[in-house]
Design a protein around this ligand. Structure first.
Ligand code: SF4
Ligand code: SF4
Length: 312
């Protein structure tokens, strides 16, 4: 059975990537499970999706803990423990990273026990609002690494899954997925099927049994307000919105109203300000600003002087 886990950020098409790969396996005659894991309003947040594929019925359920293939759509997830990218990696695991760095660099940096393959990341586009179709790229590469999915099955799966999104989206995804499929030719079939996890030797984890209590104790609710301020969603950000006060017309209701995380406020002079501890980098504010006064710069370049933005 193939155990495959995709890791990426909300908005990169990771849910669709898992879905397309599952459908491609299905077209090749496999039994399939695929499911994403994410919460509400997760653009920019670490999310994952998993796919199981086997020639016989699949009895396993739940999150994949011993992956045969891990696909990482965004290498900035690697240092985030909560993303759990390396969970359960073993000597037969293959790690495919969408990155600008070498596979050998990642292998050494992570002390990864299995094989590491780099999938060269796309150049930074000029228009950051333009989608990179990263999920499709990862799907195409994953299909080739598995070695049992033909180009035509991959193509059919993309047509099946993306049909509601229209011809233009399908075309771009197809082109990117098939290109990645070809680029991974030298690694075709390098992923081996892992063993299914039998239920017999299952031992419950060393958890603490909590006795039944009054509902107010055993199912506590949080009644205090504003506790989410402790959750620093700014750690999710890969692109940083930077307000150019030279262009800003102080029509603050335009950008601040649309910020889904209430991470924008107004300063004493009427200019919007961004709370970077809680700005997750969704760039909705940038899209709403009709004066193009909010630029998006890569987070890793913020403060290095290598990217524009900021107060004149
Ligand atoms: S919408 Fe643009 S111009 Fe208007 S306040 Fe926001 S940043 Fe400034
Ligand atoms: S400040 Fe802009 S980029 Fe940040 S969370 Fe709000 S809308 Fe998204």
């Amino acid at each position: 059975m193939y155990h495959i886990r995709f890791h990426g950020r909300g908005g990169q098409g990771i849910k669709s990537a898992g879905r397309i790969l599952g459908t491609a396996f299905f077209h090749e005659g496999f039994e399939v499970q695929d499911a994403p894991r994410y919460g509400a309003e997760r653009r920019g947040a670490p999310i994952f999706a998993y796919v199981r594929a086997a020639r016989k019925p699949i009895n396993e359920r739940g999150v994949i803990t011993e992956p045969d293939l891990i696909i990482v759509a965004d290498d900035s997830l690697m240092p985030i423990p909560a993303a759990g990218v390396l969970l359960g990696a073993h000597e037969q695991s293959v790690l495919l990273i969408n990155t600008t760095e070498q596979a050998s660099t990642w292998k050494e940096r992570l002390r990864f026990p299995g094989t590491v393959i780099a999938l060269p990341a796309a150049e930074e586009g000029k228009d950051r609002a333009e989608l990179q179709y990263t999920g499709a790229v990862c799907t195409g590469a994953a299909a080739r690494l598995a070695g049992v999915i033909t180009r035509s099955a991959l193509k059919q799966a993309i047509l099946d899954e993306l049909a509601p999104l229209g011809d233009r989206v399908i075309e771009r995804n197809l082109a990117n997925a098939l290109d990645a499929y070809e680029r991974m030719a030298e690694h075709a079939g390098c992923v081996t099927e892992g063993q299914g996890v039998p239920a017999d030797p299952y031992h419950p984890p060393e958890w603490v049994e909590v006795p039944f209590e009054d509902a107010r104790v055993s199912a506590p609710a949080i009644h205090a307000a504003a506790t989410s301020v402790e959750v620093k969603t700014g750690l999710w950000r890969t692109l940083r919105p930077v307000i150019d006060h030279g262009r800003c017309k102080r029509c603050w209701w335009m950008c601040t109203t649309f910020c889904p995380d209430s991470a924008m406020s107004i300063d004493a002079e009427g200019y919007p300000e961004i709370d970077y501890d809680h700005c997750k980098g969704c760039l909705i504010c940038s899209a709403q600003c009709h004066n193009h006064a909010i630029e998006a710069i890569p987070e890793h370049l913020a403060g290095t002087g290598k990217a524009g933005g900021g107060r004149p």
